[in-house]
Write a protein that binds this ligand. Structure first.
Ligand code: SF4
Ligand code: SF4
Length: 150
């Protein structure tokens, strides 16, 4: 008899434990968003696509074209094209990024000693034309003396 009552009590206790979790979730704030009318705010560690940072003082990319990110990328997703200004300073000409082969591993971001790249929070990256997945991230150009130096 005692064993029987013990089993019933154990079953009720177990049921209450499950109900506690269910009720806890039931009264949580609703996290469903009405996409695409509403956009999700991504976590700050989210890895969208590689993004070139801009130096606030110069208005140009912080990238020095050292090519370290290109060397560490295991998928050859980065191609840095350097040039020289009239003063002979080495500067970034093009920063070709291939999103179609990038695995968001983060090695390039970790390798950059100039804090010039990071991951963006973009997540709507699907396109119909795969050519659009290959892009030049350097939109802030400087006037260059040498047209094509790598
Ligand atoms: S992003 Fe960083 S590591 Fe890559 S070329 Fe520019 S400065 Fe060098
Ligand atoms: S995140 Fe990884 S795969 Fe993508 S460009 Fe950087 S190093 Fe290459």
């Amino acid at each position: 008899m005692f064993t029987f009552l013990k089993k019933i009590f154990s079953a009720i206790w177990s049921l209450l434990g499950g109900m506690k979790v269910t009720l806890g979730e039931f009264f949580q704030k609703n996290i469903t968003i009405q996409y695409p009318d509403q956009k999700a705010i991504m976590h700050e560690r989210f890895r969208g696509k590689v993004h070139l940072k801009i130096d606030e003082n110069t208005g140009l990319s912080k990238c020095t074209a050292c090519m370290l990110c290109q060397r560490v990328c295991p998928n050859a997703s980065i191609e840095v094209v350097a040039g020289k200004t009239a003063e002979g300073k080495r500067v970034l000409r093009k920063y070709i990024y291939r999103l179609n082969t990038c695995t968001q591993c983060g090695l390039c971001v970790e390798a950059c000693a100039f804090d010039a790249i990071c991951f963006s929070a973009e997540y709507e990256l699907a396109v119909y034309d795969r050519q659009l997945l290959v892009m030049d991230l350097n939109s802030k150009k400087v006037s260059l003396k040498v047209e094509n130096e790598s």
